[in-house]
Design a protein around this ligand. Structure first.
Ligand code: GDP
Ligand code: MG
Length: 439
């Protein structure tokens, strides 16, 4: 989706004036892109109509070129399509808040239950209780218990011989006694929506009186996810949707259709298998991402938490003047580490999703740790003037850091190349300013 839209956007972006024909042509592309992304047909039709009305009509903003304005309208309409504002998870004023997790088998209910508990504790300082009410899938209870162990959180279970209704009732009682403020009930799924499943879920709902019924759907199933959401909503009345496996879904079609078809907000998105891979869903950011503008806001937020701006400027200055040392390098590594995995950060940069082989860029914590160890084993002189590092110094550094001489060599080479590159870039920008022609 992003690819197709991006090329269309590139075409229109630079235009000082956009004619009605331009808008039409662009909307044709947008329409195709959306349909290709498996967005519901009716949703696409409505969407294109809305954009057309706004883009062709009025809405003149002085600061934007007409081309930019069309893009702005498209982005705003995309955002609206996905619910506009972000929606929060319910919080009952008579705790515990009861959250029922529902969905088809394999959608990610159990995993998401664990992730959500983790998020509730980390971000909202809550004390959730997990309840294992899937008594059908072999080892489902065990799966949740394992997640509970990983999180050091209690899991309520009564084995697989007690009905889900009874488990839900007892879990809530237990939560009250133990002062848990959230109960997350992991229920059973099936391969398809059927009556038996719905009947049982309805009974659980009756007893548990949930404040929140979250449907967990697999984003990769595209249009099917929308149909599933529709039937669960009809039968149970959903309060929110969690879209999982968005890390593997490049089309984003489900995200675009679900809200407008079911009128149920997407509250969270699953971005991976790990327990911290659950994020609040931001419609506007998702719209930007789809338009290929990169998730700039998320990136800025991440950067703001971790990078001290003055420090960053100071570093840049050092790089430019070639007084960049291994100590500065070390400091920079620390900041990268605080921001999160490098591949994730790169993925948020505009246009970065087009870079080939980005998936292979994986600087993991371990590697950074090795580099840090090597630098820490250097003397002050060595850090400031790496030229002095001869063979015997290399051996000593390797021994001190527990790494191999080859690794020390590699790091020295990388450092050297980085400095060279910076020098080139500085020269280049100087050349530009003076009007020199670049090679
Ligand atoms: P359930 O049957 O609905 O309870 O589904 P599970 O929680 O057992 O998950 C099914 C599979 O999907 C597991 O292998 C999970 O690791 C995987 N999974 C769940 N959420 C995500 C996600 O956001 N991204 C990815 N890549 N995998 C996920
Ligand atoms: Mg499960």
């Amino acid at each position: 989706l992003a690819d197709r839209l991006q090329s269309t956007i590139q075409k229109i972006k630079g235009k000082g004036k956009v004619s009605e024909a331009d808008v039409k042509a662009m909307m044709r592309e947008v329409r195709l892109a959306l349909l290709e992304a498996d967005v519901n047909f009716k949703v696409v039709k409505e969407f294109v109509k809305n954009v057309n009305e706004r883009a062709v009509g009025q809405e003149v903003m002085k600061s934007l070129t007409p081309g930019q304005q069309v893009i702005k309208v498209v982005k705003e309409e995309l955002t609206k399509l996905m619910g506009g504002e972000e929606s929060k998870i319910a919080a009952s004023n008579r705790p515990p808040t009861v959250v029922m997790m529902v969905g088809l088998q394999g959608a990610g209910k159990t995993t998401t239950t664990g992730k959500l508990a983790n998020l509730l504790r980390k971000k909202y300082n809550r004390k959730p209780l997990l309840a294992a009410a899937d008594i059908y899938r072999p080892a489902a209870i065990q799966q949740l218990e394992t997640l509970g162990k990983q999180l050091s959180m209690p899991v309520f279970s009564l084995g697989d011989q007690v009905s889900p209704v009874e488990i839900a009732r007892k879990a809530i009682e237990h939560a009250k006694e133990e002062h848990h403020d959230y109960v997350l009930i992991d229920t059973a799924g099936r391969l398809h929506v059927d009556e038996t499943l719905m009947d049982e879920l309805k009974k659980v709902k009756e007893v548990a009186q949930p404040d929140e019924i979250l449907l967990v759907v697999d984003a990769m199933t595209g249009q099917d996810a929308v149909n599933v959401a529709e039937s669960f909503n009809e039968q149970l009345g959903l309060t929110g949707v969690v879209l999982t496996k968005l890390d593997g879904d490049t089309r984003g079609g489900a995200a675009l259709s679900i809200r407008s078809v079911t009128e149920t907000p997407i509250k969270f998105v699953g971005m991976g298998e790990k327990l911290d891979a659950l994020e609040t869903f931001h419609p506007e950011r998702m719209a930007s991402r789809i338009l290929g503008m990169g998730d700039v806001l998320t990136l800025i937020e991440k950067a703001q938490v971790s990078v001290d701006e003055d420090k960053a400027r100071e570093l840049e200055q050092k790089l430019r003047t070639q007084s960049f040392t291994f100590d500065d390098f070390l400091e920079q590594l620390g900041q990268v580490r605080q921001m999160g995995p490098l591949d994730e950060i790169l993925g948020m940069l505009p246009g970065a999703n087009k870079m080939k082989g980005l998936k292979n860029v994986q600087v993991d914590d371990k590697q950074i740790g090795h580099i840090e160890a090597i630098i820490r084993s250097m003397t002050k002189l060595e850090k400031e003037q790496p030229e002095v590092i001869n063979a015997s110094r290399k051996k000593r550094i390797a021994r001190g850091s527990g790494r191999s001489v080859q690794e020390v060599n590699r790091l020295l080479k990388q450092f050297d190349e980085m400095k060279k590159m910076m020098k080139q870039m500085t020269n280049m920008s100087k050349g530009k300013k003076k009007g020199f022609k670049l090679p």
